[in-house]
Design a protein around this ligand. Structure first.
Ligand SMILES: [Zn+2]
Length: 321
């Protein structure tokens, strides 16, 4: 069964790629440094280096790949597997060791549509030479959608920012805090109450005691392409440490933010386990959880703000070496 799904995923991925001028099998990581250095002299502090920078146009292209190329990605349906198959090689080509965690999702109601029980998966991208004895951070975004929504804003936007971070962070650096990137499955609800966030709950449950001790911060990017200010959330009644760090990064980079409390995304699973976590994103919009959640609701400038904010936050994290 899983082999059949994988085969279908490959077929769907191939179809998506045909319409896409950017072939994911040809990663843009080999761009010669000389092609970017002359256009950006302000950042040159020495010899030209091939440091890729967060590109909101690339992020928008990822939003289209997912929302238009694949469409609704219910966590337990083959389209979800197609999304995994699309993004997996891009994470690998960015230098990460990529693995998949499989978990069960119960039957239920996906925003008004009956959904059968099944399995979904998290995609976990770990920097090379990752050492759980040393401090690290997690940045995640849920890859699934409710049954009917193409999910451009919810949450191809968050996934697209994760993919840009994968491309632009120096995953092989000895100087930067390592960042584990996770695409979560099964975030969207299967009913009221606690029937949601299945992938992140599974992820937290499998963390070793050492991995928990070394985790300095987790951020969930969830709906980050709408609005002009960036919402930052801690959980109700929980510590605000990570949210405060993000707020300071916003001030440093001129990105306007608002702060509040919210439990509506995967950061909740980490906070419930006593781990430092926050959510970025969540501005209200009319197309929420509907068939109208298409790429035109996502604003390139807002993706750029969130990219700037996250890049600065990561750069400012304590290294703890
Ligand atoms: Zn969401």
């Amino acid at each position: 069964m899983r082999g059949a799904l994988a085969a279908l995923a490959v077929v769907l991925t191939a179809a998506a790629c045909t319409a896409d001028p950017v072939d994911p099998r040809s990663p843009p990581v080999t761009t010669p440094p000389t092609s970017t250095a002359p256009t950006d002299p302000a950042t040159s502090t020495g010899p030209p280096v091939a440091a890729p920078r967060f590109d909101a146009d690339r992020a928008l292209a990822t939003v289209r790949d997912l929302a238009t190329g694949i469409g609704p990605r219910l966590a337990t349906r083959p389209a979800y597997g197609a999304a995994v198959a699309l993004l997996w090689p891009r994470l690998v080509s960015s230098g990460y060791a990529v693995t998949r965690q499989s978990f069960a999702v119960p039957a239920g109601d996906s925003w008004g549509v009956p959904a059968r029980a099944g399995r979904s998966s998290n995609v976990v991208a770990v920097p090379p030479d990752f050492d759980p004895d040393r401090p690290y951070a997690i940045v995640g975004a849920h890859l699934d959608t409710v049954a009917v929504a193409p999910g451009a804003e919810d949450n191809a936007s968050g996934v697209a920012v994760v993919m840009e971070l994968a491309r632009t962070l120096d995953s092989d650096s000895d100087n930067d805090l390592p960042v584990v990137l996770v695409l979560f499955g099964g975030e969207e609800p299967r009913g009221p109450g606690d029937l949601h966030h299945f992938g992140s709950k599974h992820y937290v449950a499998q963390l070793s005691a050492q991995e928990r001790r070394s985790l300095v911060a987790m951020v969930s990017l969830d709906r980050v392409g709408v609005g002009r200010t960036v919402p930052l959330y801690s959980v109700d009644g929980g510590p605000t440490e990570v949210r405060d760090q993000l707020e300071r990064a916003g001030r440093r980079t001129g990105v306007p933010t608002t702060v509040g409390t919210n439990t509506g995304s995967d950061h909740e699973s980490f906070a419930d386990a006593g781990l430092p976590a926050a959510r970025v994103g969540g501005t209200s919009y009319a197309a929420y959880h509907s068939a109208d959640d298409r790429p035109d609701v996502v604003d390139r400038a807002q993706l750029a703000r969130v990219g700037r904010l996250l890049t600065a936050w990561i750069a400012g994290l304590p290294r703890g070496r």
